[in-house]
Design a protein around this ligand. Structure first.
Ligand code: F3S
Length: 424
């Protein structure tokens, strides 16, 4: 790999042993991927959380944990302050609700110590999978190094930033060096469309965007779909749900909706003047199939858990839920969890949204989600959600049944304890 002078100096140990190890890791990783150089990044999103087991095994030493999980090293390396602007993405629990999430005081103490450790080395504690809702909004063309598939597909496609879907070690190494391998979605060529999806059914509202995304991810895998025929301009939250769905049923990290997403104004531009490798149709039959796949694991209509906020809710989404819930109460024995970034929860508190949800028997949580934290209300058997991503993952992770539908259908399920959703 061709290295710049500052990269060579890091490799020679100018900035200490830990940075030396980090740049060495990025070089080896980049070479394995065929990258010819590194590129500067000043926006890294990672996930530095010590699990209970790792933390215990390391004798409570975070350097030991993150040397191993973040730098591929069995030797304990002291992590210096990060070079790049770095964001902590979602974590494994909400410390405010640790008991409700089935955690104990040992977890709580570990979590708080982990936060302090990260703050000390300069990592910003946004603790959300939607940092772009709370101030970390990369600009078009900006080279980033983010983990979290739903965030990666959003910033690549909607914002036109450039990132691959990084792992623990590569994102940690990028935080410490301000570098990432120049390959994949950092390059113009890799961002071009591969599959044309002709959308023949109207797509309006978040549930419909989830269905289209779920179909597309399954159809294209890790390729780059280009959507033609979209008649209704999506809202930001539709695109948030949509990208997450494409990255769940498939591994989509970038898509184009010409004229709406950042990279291309026309279908031709999205393909770089080339022909699509494949052309697919999305019509009534494909829509129904996606719906049925997402509801495949629902047989019992007695719902005891309703979950919103995958990816984490915007303020608008929580406000919409409040309008449906105000003055009502969820069924006894049911649980309602709404996940949103902590920075937005503060506004929800001030606006009275939290009060409305709590009066209805629900809870607003931050920092985590059921799939990532492997947390659910005790005894949950059947979930309802408006998130294709959570409906895709949670049943297999936690062994429950689930239903996927509109926000209103999910609210109805929370109020009555029954799933009455259907594809109209
Ligand atoms: Fe976020 Fe968890 Fe969904 S991390 S995208 S809420 S699976």
């Amino acid at each position: 790999m061709k290295l710049t002078d500052d990269e060579k100096a890091m490799l020679d140990g100018k900035d200490g042993k830990t940075v030396q190890r980090a740049i060495d890791f990025l070089i080896r990783y980049g070479e394995a991927l065929g990258a010819e150089r590194l590129v500067d990044t000043n926006n890294v999103g990672g996930y530095l959380i010590a699990t209970r087991d790792n933390y215990r095994k390391a004798g409570g030493n975070f350097d030991t944990v993150f040397s191993f999980t973040g730098l591929d090293s069995t030797e304990t390396l002291e992590l210096p302050r990060v070079k790049a602007y770095s964001t902590q993405l979602e974590t494994d629990m909400d410390p405010e609700y640790y008991e409700l999430q089935g955690k104990d005081i040992e977890d709580y103490n570990r979590y708080r110590a982990n936060e302090q450790y990260l703050a000390n080395i300069g990592i910003h504690l946004m603790c959300t999978c939607t940092p772009y809702l709370v101030g970390n909004v990369p600009v078009k063309g900006e080279h980033c190094a983010w983990m979290e598939s739903s965030a990666v597909v959003y910033i690549n496609s909607v914002l036109g930033a450039r990132t691959n879907c990084e792992g623990n070690s590569s994102s940690t190494a990028s935080m410490l060096t301000g570098k990432t391998p120049y390959w994949g979605f950092h390059t113009d060529e890799h961002r071009l469309g591969t599959h044309l999806i002709q959308v023949e059914h109207a797509v309006q509202g978040m549930m419909e965007w989830g269905l289209l995304g779920y179909f597309a991810g399954k159809a294209v895998g890790e390729k780059v779909p280009v959507f033609d025929g979209i008649r209704h301009i999506p809202r930001r939250d539709d695109l948030k749900q949509f990208g997450a769905a494409t990255a769940s049923s498939g591994g989509v990290e970038m898509y184009h909706i010409p004229g709406i997403t950042a990279d291309a104004k026309t279908v031709q531009e999205a393909f770089g003047g080339k022909k699509p490798l494949y052309t697919l149709q999305y019509g009534a039959a494909e829509r129904r199939e996606a719906y049925e796949q997402l509801n495949m694991l629902g047989s019992n209509r007695d719902v005891d858990f309703v979950m919103f906020g995958c990816p984490h809710n915007s303020l608008e989404q929580t406000w919409e839920i409040c309008k449906m819930l105000e003055g009502k109460h969820i069924k006894d024995g049911s649980s309602l969890w709404i996940l949103m970034p902590r920075a937005l929860k503060d506004t929800a508190n001030r606006n009275g949204l939290t009060r409305i949800i709590e009066a209805a028997g629900g809870v607003i949580m931050s920092d985590t989600c059921p799939a990532l934290g492997r947390i659910m209300p005790k005894g949950t058997k059947v979930m309802a959600t408006n998130s294709a991503k959570q409906a895709h993952y949670l049943p297999s992770i936690m062994g429950i049944e689930s239903w996927y539908g509109t926000t209103q259908e999910c609210i109805n399920a929370a109020l009555t304890g029954r799933w009455e959703g259907e594809l109209k």
